[in-house]
Design a protein around this ligand. Structure first.
Ligand code: PHE
Length: 344
């Protein structure tokens, strides 16, 4: 039995020497040392031996098992390291290589400011009119006549308005207020809409003026609409757009299509009302024009001013965006400098 054990030991050792991989090692362990392995079948024979032999042969069997375990472990470690190294070589990633730069698109600040203002008014119950009611190419009829703008009004001057050669009485709209007329011509009150869009004026371009810019027009016509409603809606808009603690001021003003009219100021966001360059020392910034829809305008579109009243307002998107983000030159919006646009 001793020789049997030694023979198995020898052949196991030879197998281990020949082994090439972890899976070879696993096979050898299975063949010799597992429960169904060769050693175990011999160990089962131990019970037929004399006590004395049991001890010596048993000790030898244990010794051999331990030796084989040690050899297997050693080989296993060698192959494990070898296979690991091969895998690392093969799967190597050079983390010092720079990544691929994927340019990321940004929403233009005029678009994001417009979206923000639109969503504030949507939350106040206004809906956005469809684009065909708010064309950029207008006629004097919508841009001026129906808005009660007199024929000799200076705003009609070629110095202020772009006239179109090929369209009779055609103009590039100088304000979004024409959209009011389109809506009231096609819809009956209650009307509660906003119209965002681009307008054009024949200006000398500087840091505060461009020859096109963007406005958002608002119109609310129903029974019993008052100046109090106008103040409530616009104060709420300013609160939501500029933040809660900003005081507002309604200054009496004039627009041909509203009566009474007002210009709305917010306390200067730069100096908190103390007076600075941005607010020309006044402590206030004008942010929009507004008023009760003029009786003549209502009559013009066939809405009975004895039954209905309404308010309208118009605001400049660039101006509101410049105030909120402390942008000091309107031209930055339009010269497509990525260093500016990337910040939004
Ligand atoms: N259309 C006016 C402007 O461009 C603003 C305005 C709109 C005023 C509606 C009153 C009512 O200055």
């Amino acid at each position: 039995m001793k020789t049997q054990l030694e023979n198995i030991y020898k052949s196991a050792k030879a197998d281990i020497e020949k082994a090439q991989s972890i899976s070879d090692i696993d096979e050898i362990r299975l063949k010799y040392l597992s429960r169904k392995g060769e050693f175990n079948s011999i160990k089962k024979g131990l019970k037929d031996l004399s006590d004395e032999d049991k001890r010596t042969v048993g000790a030898l069997a244990n010794q051999i098992t331990q030796d084989l375990e040690a050899l297997l472990k050693e080989k296993h470690e060698i192959f494990y390291q070898k296979e690991l190294n091969e895998k690392l070589q093969h799967d190597r990633i050079d983390i010092t290589l720079s990544g691929k730069y994927l340019p990321e698109g940004k929403v233009h600040p005029i678009t994001s400011t417009t979206n923000e203002i639109v969503s504030i008014f949507q939350n106040l119950g206004f809906s956005v009119i469809s684009p065909e009611l708010s064309p950029e190419v207008e006629t004097e009829y919508y841009n001026f006549d129906m808005l009660n703008v007199p024929h000799d009004h200076p705003a009609r001057d070629v110095q202020d308005t772009f006239y179109l050669k090929d369209i009779p009485n055609g103009v590039l709209r100088s304000q979004t207020s024409g959209a009011q007329i389109h809506v009231m011509e096609t819809q009956k009150p209650p009307i509660k809409v906003i119209a965002p869009g681009r307008v054009y004026r024949n200006e000398n371009i500087n840091s505060r003026k461009n020859n096109f810019f963007h406005q958002i027009e608002g119109l609310y016509v129903d029974k019993g609409i008052t100046f109090g409603d106008l103040k409530g809606v616009l104060n709420e808009f300013i609160r939501l757009y500029f933040g809660s603690a900003r005081p507002t001021r309604f200054r009496s003003s004039f627009f041909p299509f509203t009566e009474p009219s007002a210009e709305v100021d917010v306390q200067c966001i730069m100096c908190q009302g103390k007076g600075c360059r941005t607010c020309s020392g006044t402590g206030w910034l004008e942010v929009l024009g507004a008023g009760m829809v003029d009786v003549n305008v209502l009559k013009g579109v066939g809405i009975d001013p004895e039954i209905y009243s309404g308010f309208a307002f118009g605001m400049g998107v660039e101006r509101l965006s410049m105030l909120k983000y402390a942008i000091d030159d309107i031209r930055l919006f339009f010269n497509n400098d990525k260093r500016f646009l990337e910040q939004f």
